[in-house]
Design a protein around this ligand. Structure first.
Ligand code: NAD
Length: 312
C-alpha cells in the first residue's frame, strides 16, 4: 500500500517504520526541518525494543512536498493543534480514493479532516502504542500496543477492515471497532483527568491519586465528559471509566509515570493538546448548553502555565 505518514514525530515514526518494514511504500511528511533533514541524511534511527534499527524512508518537509505520490492511505499523527496546518499542506496528495486515518488523542478531529476529505474516506481510531523522540531523526519504540479503528460514514466497513489488516500485517495489532467513538471518549476521559491535573500540579499519577480531593475532582471532570458524550449518542459507562482512571494511581504499575502532557509542557516547554481534550468538552458544553466548569477551568490553567513557561 502507498502510505503517507502526515506528522512523523514519535508516533508517526513508529507507524512509518513498522509499515515500511512490512513492505509498504511509505513516505514521511513533517514540519520539523531538522528532523526531516536528519532522516534523509542518515535514515530514520530507532531503538526498537532494544534493537538499533535504521530505515531508509523518504522524508519531506510539509511545505516542499512531492506531489506525484498518490496515496492509498494517509495516517495523520501530528499533535492536535498542528492537524489543520498539516491537512492544508498535504491536500494535493489526496485523491478521490485516499483514505485518511486519524489516531490522535483528543476528540473532534473529524471536524477538521472533513474540511479536506469526503466523509466516506475518513477512519477514526485509538491506539495504545507509545513512542518517544530522542532527537531529530531518532526515536525510541518500546513495548507493545494495539489499534482500534472504524469508518466514520456508514457502509465503509470493508475499507476500515482492509486498513486494519494492513496495520496488523505490519505488527501494529489493529482491529475493526464497532463503536470507536466510545473508545475515543473513554481514552479522552483518562487524558482529560491525568494529563491536565498532573501537569498543573507537577505531580505523577500516584501522587495526585493519593490526595483526599482526587476522587471528587476526577468524578466531576468525567461527569462533564459523559454529559457531552451523551448528546453525541455515546453513553459512557462512568464507573468503568473511573475504575480505569483510578488504575493509573497504582505505584506498582504506571502510577509513578508522568502523563505525556507533563512531559510536553513541564519537561520540554512545548504547547499542549488541552484544547482538544478538556477544551473540546468545554466548547461542546457551550454548544449543547451543558455546564463544564471543571474542564473550562483546567483548560484555562494549562494555558496560563504554557504562557508562564513560554511554551512553543
Ligand atoms: P510528537 O510531538 O512526537 O510529534 C508531533 C509533531 O511534533 C511532529 O510533527 C514532530 O516532528 C514535531 N516535533 C516533535 N518534537 C519536536 C521538537 N523537539 N521540535 C519541533 N518539532 C517537534 O507527537 P507524538 O507523541 O507522536 O503524538 C502524536 C499524536 O499521537 C498526539 O495526538 C498524541 O497525543 C498521540 N499519542 C501519542 C502517544 C505517544 O506515546 N507519543 C501515544 C498515543 C497517542
Amino acid at each position: 500500500m502507498k502510505i503517507v505518514i502526515a506528522g512523523a514525530g514519535a508516533m508517526g515514526s513508529r507507524f512509518g517504520l513498522m509499515l515500511h518494514r512490512a513492505g509498504n511504500e511509505v513516505i514521511l511528511v513533517d514540519g520539523w526541518a531538522d528532523h526531516v533533514n536528519a532522516i534523509n541524511e542518515n535514515g530514520l534511527k530507532a531503538n526498537l525494543n532494544g534493537e538499533e534499527v535504521v530505515a531508509s524512508l523518504p522524508a519531506f518537509h510539509k511545505d516542499y512536498l512531492e506531489k506525484e505520490f498518490a496515496a492509498d492511505l494517509v495516517i495523520v499523527f501530528t499533535k492536535a493543534m498542528q492537524l489543520e496546518g498539516m491537512m492544508q499542506s498535504i491536500k494535493e496528495l489526496l485523491y478521490d480514493e485516499t483514505k485518511v486515518l486519524c489516531l490522535l488523542n483528543g476528540i473532534g478531529h473529524e471536524e477538521v479532516i472533513e474540511k479536506y476529505v469526503p466523509l466516506n474516506n475518513i477512519l477514526l481510531g485509538n491506539t495504545m502504542w507509545t513512542a518517544g523522540m530522542v532527537g531529530p531523526g531518532e526515536v525510541k519504540l518500546f513495548g507493545n500496543g494495539s489499534v482500534d479503528l472504524q469508518n466514520l460514514a456508514p457502509g465503509q466497513e470493508e475499507i476500515a477492515k482492509e486498513v486494519a489488516t494492513v496495520l496488523t500485517e505490519a505488527g501494529l495489532n489493529a482491529k475493526y471497532s464497532e463503536n470507536i467513538l466510545y473508545s475515543i471518549y473513554k481514552k479522552a476521559c483518562v487524558n482529560g483527568t491525568m494529563n491536565g491535573l498532573c501537569t498543573i500540579l507537577d505531580v505523577n499519577m500516584a501522587g495526585f491519586g493519593e490526595t483526599k480531593e482526587a476522587d471528587a475532582i476526577v468524578e466531576a471532570i468525567v461527569a462533564e465528559f459523559a454529559s457531552v458524550a451523551k448528546v453525541e449518542g455515546v453513553e459512557l459507562n462512568v464507573p468503568e471509566v473511573l475504575a480505569q482512571i483510578k488504575g493509573c494511581y497504582n505505584r506498582e504499575t504506571i502510577g509513578e509515570h508522568f502523563p505525556s502532557m507533563h512531559q510536553d509542557l513541564i519537561t520540554n516547554n512545548r504547547l499542549t493538546e488541552i484544547d482538544y481534550i478538556n477544551g473540546a468538552v468545554a466548547r461542546k458544553g457551550l454548544k449543547y448548553d451543558i455546564a463544564t466548569p471543571y474542564c473550562t477551568f483546567l483548560t484555562q490553567l494549562v494555558h496560563v502555565k504554557e504562557q508562564i513557561l513560554g511554551a512553543k
